[in-house]
Each structure stands twice: as structure tokens, then as C-alpha cells.
Design a protein around this ligand. Structure first.
Ligand code: SF4
Length: 425
């Protein structure tokens, strides 16, 4: 029997898909590249923006024809496309055999059991054992309690639900034994980790436990809400040697009225103070951020405030999105989507160009420095890996560097990557 897992969206989805694929492989199913060859097809979906939802609908339309030609194919759909109303989904897409909400692996297991798929044994929680990779995603918290006015995530993934620290450490340990050198802790809001457990566990405590694991070289985490970045957490990042000096802290907008309409619960000055404090405590920290342009009602002046914020704060990466209305959200029900599409795109391009110039300057300052990188693999004749602060570095060298920490002398830089040679050669 053959399977294929089709994935779009965030790292949470990629981690979930890798777990589902690992589970199907452990049941004796064979992975196939072509959807049409699969007996079991899983779609792991994203609807965070309209174009993502359009892509899911396009794929479902395409599958209708495939299923007519191959009625024995079994299709399951998960991810943020799956609403609470499963019967409505089943009515709209009768050729889909099973819908399950993100992270509801029990429902998936039961469905496979009912379909008599493979040699059922173990559970999805154990699937990671069969996956060996240098860098492993580990979800630590599902859902979000923040209800930012534009965001569909809390409606699709539900309220925050943390895994126990014991569970996460066990998974990380298994990953290290299987060869992982880096773990990336995932959640919609990782710095809220543990609040729902009610036993004093928090992200700082979890990082301290993971930092002790043998075999692991690096720990990263994403993504954060600025309001939950505590001084304690910043101290932990500063003091724990395996925790990388890099994190994403989404600003979203640099204008206070827009931030208020977004229900972000901080002002630009609060955010600026957080960045200043972080940089004082960890001078070599690399920070990335997310920005939405063209939020309902965003005037030219308000956009300029966001533009000036990017100019002032000089991030190492800025992920920019043009606002798109999501049904169910507060913004969709209360704010007209009144910034024309062309204006959104112009604003997006302006921020992109600004950030390109900033990154050119930041990366040029690294020329002549020696940076330690964790080598991920080879592209063409060049090895590549990431620095502690998440910058991509390419270098040439005749040894097998895969999975090793290597010191690289940086010789040239572009906005998106660095180039160098091994420092010891
Ligand atoms: S914190 Fe992130 S995931 Fe949660 S509602 Fe806001 S944007 Fe969505």
C-alpha cells in the first residue's frame, strides 16, 4: 500500500506531516512522490490567507477527478481548512473519506484502523522514532488564546494546549539518539508554553531541561507573542549554551491605532523597549519579525509608521504579508477591507526593498568574521548550513561536513546568504 502527504503552510504543519508520514511508514506503507500513485492521501492544509485557501480548494477540485478515476483511493484532510462543522465539510466534499482537526492524531489512527490500513501498532506519538533528521521540529503547544482580530488560527486550532515537559524531553531525546543535532520547538505562541498546565512549567524551564540533553547542539523555538517575552525567558536564551541567539518576535504594525485594531495588546513603544532590552542582554541576538501591510483602515501615515519602525529596529529578517480577510475573525465582521489591492502590494514592495538594503548592510558587517555553522547538506558543489543566529552560509570544502559544526571565515555576503571557507584550511 502506498501513501503521499501533501503539505502547505507553517512549520507546525510540516512537523505534523512528518509525524503522519513517519507513522504511515511504520505501518509498512510506501511513500510515493506522485499523488495519483497513492492509496492513502493526506492533505495537510493552510487557510491563513485567501490565496492559501484558494490553493486548498484547487487541490480538492483536482482530487475529485482523481477519485472518480481511482475510487479506491482514500483521502484524509487535516490542517486549518478543517472547521468544527465536519458534517458540512463531508457534504461539500463527499469524495474525502476523513476530516480531522490539526493535532487530532487519535481520530486519524481510528480512521486508519477502521479502513484496515497496514499493520497497526504503536501510535503517532511514537512515529518520530522512525524519522532521522539533522534538524527536527517538535510541537510543544497547539492553538492560541490571543484572538488577534485578523487571525483565523484560534478558530481552527482551538485554545492553547501544552504538551507536558516530560513528553517533549522524551521526544527530543529520541530525536538526538536518531541523529538530530538541532531541535526547533514549535507553537503558535511558544512563549505561552505551560500556562495551561498549571504546574509552574514554562518555556524557560523547558529550555533548561532540553539544554542538558546529550547529542543536541542547538535549540531554536518559534513563534512568539511580544507580550509574553519575559525577562526570564530572555535571560534563559542568554545563559543556556545550546539555545540559539535568534528568535522571531512579530511586530505586525508600527502604528498604535492599527496595533489596537489588531488586538495585539502592546504599543510600538512597548515593542521598541522589548527589542532594546533584548539587545542589551544578548548583544549578538538576531531578531526576525512579521509585518502585515494594508490592514483595514491603514492610512498612508499609518503605513509610514510601520515603515519607520522597520527602518529603526533593523531586523535580520522581515516576513511581510498583505492583509487578507479571513471569515469568522473579528476583523472580517467589523472592519471593511478598504485598502485597495494595488496599494497593499506597493506597500509590501516598499518594505521588501527597505529590508533588502538593511540586510545588505547587516550581512556586509560579517565579512572577515569567523562563524560557527551547523552543516545541513550540499547544494551543487557547495556545502551549506546555518549560523547560531540562523543565517545561511555556503562554503566549499573537500571533506564530508554533513551534520558537523564547522567554523567558516566569511568572505562575501548578499542580503540572503553568506559565503566563506573553512577557517582551519
Ligand atoms: S498570536 Fe499569532 S496565532 Fe495567535 S491569534 Fe495572534 S496572530 Fe494568530
Amino acid at each position: 500500500m502506498k501513501y503521499h502527504v501533501w503539505t502547505m503552510g507553517c512549520q507546525m504543519n510540516k512537523a505534523e506531516s512528518s509525524r503522519l508520514a513517519g507513522y504511515l511508514a511504520s505501518l509498512g506503507l510506501e511513500n510515493v512522490k506522485d499523488i495519483k500513485d497513492a492509496d492513502i492521501l493526506i492533505l495537510n492544509t493552510c487557510v491563513v490567507r485567501q490565496n492559501a485557501e484558494d490553493k486548498v480548494n484547487g487541490m480538492l477540485g483536482y482530487l475529485k477527478g482523481i477519485k472518480q478515476a481511482k475510487p479506491e483511493m482514500r483521502i484524509a484532510v487535516t490542517g486549518c481548512f478543517v472547521t468544527d462543522d465536519l458534517s458540512a465539510l463531508s457534504k461539500s466534499f463527499p469524495y474525502v473519506n476523513h476530516f480531522f482537526k490539526p493535532g487530532e492524531s487519535r481520530s486519524f489512527e481510528e480512521w486508519l484502523l477502521s479502513e484496515s490500513v497496514g499493520n497497526l501498532h504503536g501510535n503517532i506519538g511514537m512515529a518520530l522514532q522512525s524519522v532521522s533528521s539533522l534538524s527536527v521540529y517538535i510541537p510543544i503547544i497547539q492553538g492560541c488564546n490571543n484572538f488577534c482580530s485578523y487571525c483565523i488560527v484560534p478558530y481552527r486550532r482551538g485554545r492553547e494546549q501544552s504538551r507536558t515537559a516530560e513528553d517533549v524531553v522524551t521526544e527530543a531525546q529520541k530525536a538526538a539518539v536518531a541523529g538530530a543535532r538541532e531541535i526547533i520547538l514549535l507553537g503558535q505562541n511558544v512563549n505561552s508554553y505551560g500556562k495551561d498546565l498549571g504546574n509552574g512549567t514554562d518555556l524557560s524551564g523547558l529550555l533548561a531541561l532540553l539544554n542538558q540533553l546529550e547529542g543536541l547542539l542547538r535549540i531554536r523555538f518559534l513563534t512568539n507573542h511580544p507580550r509574553d517575552m519575559s525577562p526570564d525567558l530572555i535571560s534563559s536564551i542568554a545563559s543556556l549554551d545550546k539555545v540559539c541567539h535568534h528568535f522571531c518576535v512579530p511586530l505586525q504594525a508600527g502604528d498604535d491605532l492599527i496595533l489596537k485594531a489588531m488586538h495585539r495588546h502592546y504599543t510600538y513603544q512597548d515593542f521598541r523597549a522589548l527589542i532594546r532590552q533584548t539587545r542589551q542582554m544578548i548583544p549578538d541576538i538576531a531578531l526576525s519579525t512579521d509585518i502585515i501591510v494594508g490592514f483595514p483602515g491603514e492610512s498612508e501615515d499609518q503605513f509610514e509608521n510601520t515603515f519607520k519602525a522597520i527602518e529603526e529596529l533593523r531586523f535580520d529578517a522581515v516576513h511581510i504579508a498583505a492583509y487578507s480577510t479571513r471569515t469568522q475573525t473579528y476583523a472580517s465582521e467589523h472592519y471593511p477591507d478598504d485598502v485597495p489591492y494595488e496599494v497593499k502590494i506597493q506597500r509590501l514592495r516598499r518594505v521588501e526593498n527597505l529590508q533588502k538594503g538593511i540586510l545588505t548592510e547587516i550581512n556586509r558587517q560579517l565579512i572577515g568574521k569567523t562563524l560557527e555553522i551547523l552543516v545541513e547538506g550540499k547544494k551543487g558543489s557547495k556545502w551549506y548550513g546555518r549560523t547560531y543566529s540562523d543565517k545561511v552560509v555556503f562554503f566549499t570544502g573537500s571533506q564530508d561536513y554533513s551534520g558537523k559544526l564547522v567554523s567558516i571565515l566569511i568572505e562575501s555576503a548578499s542580503p540572503w546568504s553568506l559565503q566563506g571557507i573553512p577557517a582551519t584550511v
